[in-house]
Ligand binder design. Structure first.
Ligand SMILES: Nc1ncnc2c1ncn2[C@@H]1O[C@H](COP(=O)(O)OP(=O)(O)OP(=O)(O)O)[C@@H](O)[C@H]1O
Ligand SMILES: [Mg+2]
Length: 473
């Protein structure tokens, strides 16, 4: 973070300074915070600002002393901490809101940093990682670790920026209408990309229209000299062109998209190669990410990089070099016995499950037998049953040799699979990850491919880990 005094932070966050200064050198307000801003005392470093948040199990306020012992210069808290030695405490009404105000103010002092916002139902993290990998060749880039994409993660990411930062590539998520507008108020984007409108979090939104309304808030927040990057292949996204003052650039697989992919092929591990074409030129791209759905993500990243001034060959080279930065998204591991394990257990919704099963089908097309381990897809509300049935149906349609349905929705998954005429695969329901590993142990043969897909909350990466541990690596 840029250096700020405790007095400045208190003014920005409408806070009250309490506690002691770090030394006898001067009043508490003159203590300088240079960052990082952390919410975990174990990450505190000299000069840090420790933000004390109430957690589900622990209260951050109890860790303020540890943060100060590790060097934190000041604490942001929602109550005074009388016993805390050697550090001023800025007491605010709401620590998360205070971090947002601080992030907004810090960005205001960094006029040379361009904010890029990325949203969509699936692929935000993947596209954010690709975009960061490309634009960091142009200049210093700050992008979140993993999926830091909400009212807490976004300001924490912004607060990592400093005077050297040229680009902030931010992931913006919504679980309801108004959320993205709020994130855009904290970090006003100049470029905003909307990847797709799908059924993720359908239970929270109620309808696809509500999802489109929420995701479109990103392009509504763009200035007239900004740029909206929209998916031409998703009608709900393409329609957002009407909702922005910014210039629109589309990406997609069709001939009329401004940034497009043609001659797409997938190699034996499902990595996409394609000809990327845009107004400025055309170049060959060979992705290192697995799954055909990353082609669209790469095009979105390319549109952003082109707007920021990168030439087409450089974009193509950066896309072709980028490797997966965030874990458990189509992570491919090959066991010594040749079994391929695809760990896609970070996140699942009907659309990303379809994409993963398509990738599985591709991996099987070379002659491998395929197994799908499908767990719970969370937050689908009324469409939960039908979505789990659809997942089973898609796996059966892909002609998997075995379908292992895990957990509470296993019955729906298997019902869906059995509805596919002519599927001769084996359908297995198991209660948990351990049982899934047990079920697969004697069924797998060298060369098979296993897809493991579920929402993070289902914890199915344990299946992937378990399968990999079965054979000495
Ligand atoms: N364009 C896409 N279409 C469909 N599925 C995709 C797409 N891009 C990525 N995925 C898949 O969706 C899952 C989640 O990917 P990713 O983490 O990039 O999405 P996200 O939008 O950031 O998710 P979250 O809402 O959890 O932050 C992964 O399984 C990934 O392979
Ligand atoms: Mg994400």
């Amino acid at each position: 973070m840029i250096a700020l005094s405790v007095a400045e932070i208190a003014a920005i966050t409408d806070g009250t300074i309490t506690g002691e200064p770090a030394s006898a050198a001067g009043p508490a307000g003159s203590v300088i915070v240079s960052g990082p801003v952390v919410i975990d005392s174990r990450q505190a470093a000299p000069g840090a600002l420790f933000a004390a948040l109430p957690g589900e199990r622990v209260d951050g306020h109890d860790y303020a002393a540890a943060a100060v012992a590790a060097g934190a210069a000041a604490v942001l808290a929602s109550r005074p901490l009388p016993g805390l030695p050697r550090a001023p405490v800025i007491v605010v009404a709401d620590v998360t809101a205070a971090l947002s105000s601080l992030a907004r103010a810090v960005l205001g002092r960094l006029p040379s940093a361009t904010v890029v916002g990325i949203t969509g139902s699936s692929g935000k993290t993947s596209t954010k990682d690709l975009t960061a990998a490309v634009v960091e060749r142009l200049g210093a880039t700050v992008a979140p670790v993993g999926s830091f994409n909400n009212e807490l993660g976004l300001p924490l990411t912004v607060l990592r920026a400093d005077a050297a930062t040229r680009y902030l590539v931010l992931e913006m998520s919504a679980r309801g209408v108004g959320h993205i507008a709020h994130l855009c108020a904290i970090a006003p984007p100049r470029i905003g990309a909307v990847l797709n409108v799908g059924r993720a979090h359908a239970g929270k939104f109620g309808s696809i229209d509500a999802v489109a309304k929420a995701k479109g808030e990103l392009v509504e927040a763009l200035p007239a000299d900004g740029m909206a990057v929209l998916n031409a292949d998703d009608p709900n996204v393409a329609a957002m062109a009407q909702r922005t003052a910014a210039r629109v650039v589309t990406f997609g697989l069709g001939a009329d998209a401004d940034v497009r992919a043609t001659d797409i092929s997938l190699d034996e591990l499902g990595r996409g190669s394609f000809r990327m074409t845009m107004q400025a030129g055309s170049a060959q791209v060979r992705l290192r990410l697995h799954g055909g759905h990353h082609v669209a993500n790469a095009l979105a990243a390319a549109a952003i990089a082109a707007e920021l001034g990168m030439d087409v060959p450089a974009i193509a080279d950066a896309l072709s070099t980028a490797t997966a930065r965030s874990k458990k998204r189509m992570e491919l591991h090959e066991r010594p016995d040749g079994v391929l394990v695809v760990n896609d257990a970070y996140n699942a919704n009907p659309d990303s499950t379809r994409a993963a099963i398509e990738a599985l089908a591709h991996l099987m097309s070379g002659g491998r037998r395929g197994f799908a381990v499908l767990g719970h897809m969370a937050e689908l509300g009324d469409i939960a049953d039908e979505s789990h049935q659809e997942a089973g149906l898609l796996a059966a349609r892909a002609r998997v040799t075995g379908l292992v349905a895990v957990g509470e929705q296993a019955a729906s998954v298997l019902t869906g699979a059995r509805a596919q005429p002519g599927w001769a695969g084996e359908a297995i329901a198991v209660p948990n990850a351990l049982a899934a590993v047990d079920a697969l142990r004697n069924r797998l043969r060298p060369g098979d491919v296993v897809l493991v897909k579920a929402s993070n909350s289902a914890g199915l990466w344990e299946v992937a880990d378990g399968l990999l541990a079965e054979v000495d690596q």
